[in-house]
Design a protein around this ligand. Structure first.
Ligand SMILES: *Cc1c(COP(=O)(O)O)cnc(C)c1O
Length: 367
């Protein structure tokens, strides 16, 4: 029997009636775009995140783009972000009209606060940290630097629903934060979805307007905006899923703790380091492995699916050749790309599967 990297069907089967009902209610009311279900989910998600306003949008990428744009970030500005992320984080900076500045990562795979200050120039307007793999970046230091240097702080929380730093939920540290509800994310729709959260009522109003063709009131377009919305079907499903999220998160943490224990004495594999002040929600369980590619082949031959998040550091992608970033500018991010391996993890993953993955890894290294 193959061990999948994630199993979205397992979650569906465990809640089939509940999720089917969520869709049926939307269809019965024909509330496909906007309306009751979207508003309700926005209120629930704001409460779950401990933030006042939630603006749902079409996906997590749009959430970043709309936020940057509505913070007035654009031409002539620089935005600092991490060298290790999914391209949404950086491509939206460019889409907004600003210049991306990449900073290397720390031992937790996140933007390194110690290297942040050196990247600040007179043109720097904002910092966009990512809570990669589900672990909060070191928000105390990052927020402190932003405050001292007068920079906007936007958190990319796409992989970090319910993660926290010093007990404070991610999404509440800066001017605004963005989430993704891509199906495989810790809170996933059955299609695309995303959200912006903020405590700033004026910013919330502007983001909502911009994502709705630049109109706060129908047909009164104050600016040219975009069309980016979470639909009623997805909102209703997400409302049905949200009450389960903290239990699912605890289950992810169970899987991670079991991997940690079973791999602790395999010197060829470094299990994820967790900052003592961060609460990790394990969107991904990423190890650093010697002979990574051979290990990945061996696991594949044993019927175990793995993945690499991400095979190339953002600044070294062809898309960023124009920035002329060197390997030595982001050494940790580049070294990680040769070593990282994402092991299967999902809330419903049985202990027996985790044990089988760990046993195959041990066998590969002769441990
Ligand atoms: C998934 C993801 C996004 C974007 O989400 P989409 O909903 O797919 O647009 C942004 N940033 C990070 C770090 C992500 O993992």
């Amino acid at each position: 029997m193959r061990i999948p990297f994630v199993d979205l069907r397992a979650q569906y089967l465990a809640h089939q009636e509940e999720f089917d009902d969520a869709f049926r209610r939307v269809i019965e009311r024909s509330a496909y775009i906007g309306g009751h279900f979207v508003r309700t989910f926005e209120e629930q998600f704001a409460a779950a995140t401990g933030v006042e306003h939630c603006i749902s949008v079409g996906n997590g990428t749009d959430a970043i783009y709309v936020t940057l744009k509505m913070l007035g970030i654009g031409s002539g500005d620089e935005v600092i972000t991490t060298a290790s992320s999914w391209i949404s984080t950086s491509e939206t900076i460019t889409q907004a009209g600003a210049r991306v500045v990449f900073v290397d990562v720390d031992e937790y795979f996140n933007l390194d606060p110690a290297r942040l200050e050196a990247a600040i120039t007179p043109r720097t307007r904002a910092v966009l940290p990512v809570h990669l793999y589900g672990q909060a970046a070191r928000m105390d230091e990052i927020a402190d630097i932003c405050r001292r240097r007068g920079l906007r702080l936007i958190e990319d929380c796409a992989q970090a629903h319910l993660a926290a730093f010093d007990g404070r939920p991610v999404g509440s540290f800066g001017e605004a934060a963005t989430f993704s509800f891509y199906p495989g994310k810790n809170l996933g729709a059955y299609g695309d979805g995303g959200a912006i959260v903020t405590n700033d009522a004026e910013l919330a109003r502007r983001c909502r307007m911009y994502a709705n063709h630049g109109a706060a009131v129908k047909h009164q377009h104050l600016v040219e905006g975009i069309n980016s919305r979470l639909d009623g079907l997805q909102a209703s499903l997400l409302s049905a899923k949200l009450p389960h999220l903290s239990r699912w998160t605890a289950e992810r943490r169970r899987v991670a703790a079991l991997y940690d224990r079973l791999l602790a004495d395999v010197p060829e594999v470094l299990t994820p380091r967790v900052c003592p002040r961060a609460t990790h929600v394990y969107h991904l369980y990423v190890v650093r492995a010697q002979r990574r590619d051979d290990l990945r082949d061996a696991l594949d031959n044993a019927g175990i699916e793995t993945a690499i998040h991400y095979p190339t550091a953002l600044p070294l992608l062809p898309a960023y050749a124009y920035l002329s970033v060197n390997t030595d500018d982001v050494p940790n991010a580049v070294r990680n790309t040769a070593e990282i391996l994402s092991l299967p993890i999902y809330a419903e993953m049985p202990d027996a599967f985790v044990e089988r993955v760990a046993a195959e890894i041990r066998k590969f290294y002769g441990r």
